[in-house]
Design a protein around this ligand. Structure first.
Ligand code: ARG
Length: 584
């Protein structure tokens, strides 16, 4: 289970020992609060533990820092250790020590990431509603959820993807009724094309709003569906099938991992809803409010300070979104036996998640140590900073965005490199276009809204997928140019005499801790920032340090650095669900 020894672990141990020796054994376990140093002139790493310890001991932090440094045996890892400012400890690492850690990381298939136990973890993401097309709003959940699923399994978790499809509910009454009408008019044979499904949905809704008799029939159809009427179920199945085929095609193009096997829609929980509420009743959690059945999650109050109810059964007996989520959570905890359940939806649903998590906890259904995480995200905005819509004011279809991303990237690639074959161009357009679309979404702190901007996301400079993919391509071309194989440098020892070599190596060593932090906070954008900095450090190194033209020993060392940078870029992008290419 234990991964390689990381830079942070080595420094934590050494500083802990020194703190213990200088200030008393009870301080040996102190968190050294390590930060990358801002300016390499002052060192590579800064340890900020003296501030907190000073406060605790009632001594000036500078004095505390000096005592720690006095007791620190740094000969094995640092060329210099100095106290600066109010009590920062600046550490200048030995190039050979950094190279040694990097050698270990280069052998580690997890690149220094802390391995996690293989406990099952659910990632609930994408979850569009059946019988409707996916729109720009589904981009975020699909892309963020997919990155988290990939990261969790990279760390060693057993990931169970769950596509909690909106495939049940009163809208199916009107849809099925409309389907039967259309069939009666046209003598059967409905199209299975989902583009028409959207139109179909709108037609059904318009009829529902305008035609009282139709609305009434639709309501009866809902009852028939819920009571398992065979004809109704068959029609429902037919609608779901069309949707599934369509979703699968979108996922395929978007390069997200979801397949049909990951679909466990709301309908799956239908016959568990009554039982779920019985269990809440036995736990003493159900109450009545104006004919409806409710749960009062502790800690939630309305504006007047009254306890806020979460409705779980309407007065007409109908169940709600929340009821299904309670049943789904019990299924995941008790049958899938998850250690963590992650839900990726927009932040408007935050109160829903907070309330039903609390309802589960107060009923005693969440075992100690099981994590329930809502992963909220903001809205995709248009250039006017309002929710991104088409010019006519319609929602923007996800599939249209994918098309446009590919065609824009294709045009840019053709202009930049006219020598690519048609097939190569298409492959690059796909990787770069879809990569740009996904990366633009992932690289923003997810809780914030972001402005959708084709030009920015497709730019070859800046924190973009094209820049990162291009950086990867550039490294690969070094090897091509020299007719060399990156794999041949896996065991080559590196020397880090140039500050840019050392800076690059140090950044490579920070992959693991960055990843660990990003996964714990469920924030893929931290990984994006890391990769962007990695590419920038690489370019800096490449500008100042000749590679192919260097003399043999230095050349091999630099090629090894190049190979490890390429591997890290590719792995990092892969964790975000973004492909690399060999040429562009
Ligand atoms: N279908 C829902 C929507 O479009 C998202 C479902 C998220 N998952 C969940 N377990 N509630 O808003």
């Amino acid at each position: 289970m234990r991964g390689m020894v990381t830079l942070n672990q080595s420094l934590t141990e050494a500083l802990g020992r020194a703190a213990g020796a200088a200030l008393g054994a009870e301080h040996a376990g102190v968190d050294p609060i390590l930060k990358p140093a801002r300016d390499p002139k002052h060192g590579d790493v800064q340890a900020n533990l003296a501030m907190g310890l000073g406060k605790k001991l009632g001594r000036p932090p500078r004095e505390v820092a000096e005592r720690i440094v006095g007791a620190l045996d740094h000969a094995g890892f640092a060329d210099g250790v100095a106290v600066a400012g109010p009590g920062f400890i600046n550490i200048t690492l030995k190039p050979a020590f950094v190279a040694g850690l990097l050698a270990e990381q280069r052998r580690d298939e997890r690149l220094g990431v802390t391995p996690l136990p293989a406990d099952p973890v659910v990632v609930d993401y994408s979850a569009p509603n059946a019988a409707k097309e996916m729109h720009v709003g589904h981009l975020r959940s699909s892309v963020i959820g997919d990155a988290l699923a990939r990261m969790l399994s990279f760390a060693g978790r057993e990931v169970i993807r769950q596509n909690h499809l909106g495939d049940w509910g009163t809208q199916f009454g009107m849809l099925i009724e409309h389907l039967l009408d259309v069939e009666a008019e046209h003598g059967g044979g409905t199209s299975s094309d989902v583009a028409e499904l959207n139109v179909f949905y709108k037609a059904a809704k318009a009829k529902f709003d305008a035609d009282k008799a139709f609305a009434e029939r639709s309501r009866r159809r809902v009852v028939a569906l819920q009571s398992g009427d065979a004809v109704t179920l068959e029609r429902w199945q037919q609608l779901i099938e069309v949707s599934r085929t369509y979703f699968a095609a979108v996922y395929e193009r978007l390069g997200v991992l979801l397949t049909d096997a990951d679909i466990r829609g709301e309908s799956f929980y239908n016959d568990r809803l009554a039982g779920t509420l019985e269990r809440f009743a036995s736990a003493g959690q159900l109450a009545e409010s104006q004919g409806a059945t409710v749960i009062y999650p502790e800690g939630f109050a309305d504006r007047d300070g009254n306890p806020m109810p979460m409705i779980v059964r309407k007065s007409d007996g109908g169940y709600l979104y929340a009821t299904t989520d309670l049943a789904a959570a019990l299924f995941r905890i008790e049958e899938l036996r998850v250690a963590q359940s992650v839900y990726v939806t927009d932040s408007r649903q935050s109160p829903h998640f907070a309330m039903f998590f609390q309802a589960l906890r107060q009923a005693g259904f969440v075992p100690e140590g099981v994590r329930l995480d809502h992963v909220p995200f903001g809205t995709v905005l248009g250039p006017d900073r309002k929710p991104f819509k088409s010019r006519s004011g319609d929602t923007i279809k996800l599939i249209d965005l994918i098309d446009e991303a590919e065609s824009r990237a294709g045009a840019a690639v053709a202009a930049k490199n006219p020598d690519l074959t048609e097939a190569e161009r298409a492959a690059v357009a796909h990787a770069v276009g879809v990569g740009a679309l996904k990366y633009a979404d992932l690289s923003n702190d997810r809780i914030k809204d972001y402005v959708f901007d084709w030009e920015r996301m497709l730019a070859l400079e800046g924190n973009t997928a094209p820049y990162l993919i291009y950086s990867y391509v550039r490294i690969r071309s070094i090897f091509r140019k020299g007719e060399l194989k990156p794999e041949a440098y896996g065991a080559t020892s590196v020397s880090l005499d140039d500050p840019d070599e050392k800076g690059l190596a140090l950044h490579l060593l920070r992959f693991g801790e960055t990843f660990d932090g990003a996964l714990d906070a469920l924030e893929p954008h931290r990984l994006c920032t890391y990769l962007y900095e990695l590419a920038a450090k690489f370019h800096r190194f490449f500008e100042h340090c000749p590679v192919l033209k260097a003399e043999a020993g230095v050349r091999a060392s630099r090629l090894a650095l190049c190979a490890e940078t390429a591997r890290t870029l590719r792995a990092g992008l892969g964790l975000l669900g973004i492909e690399t290419v060999e040429k562009m």
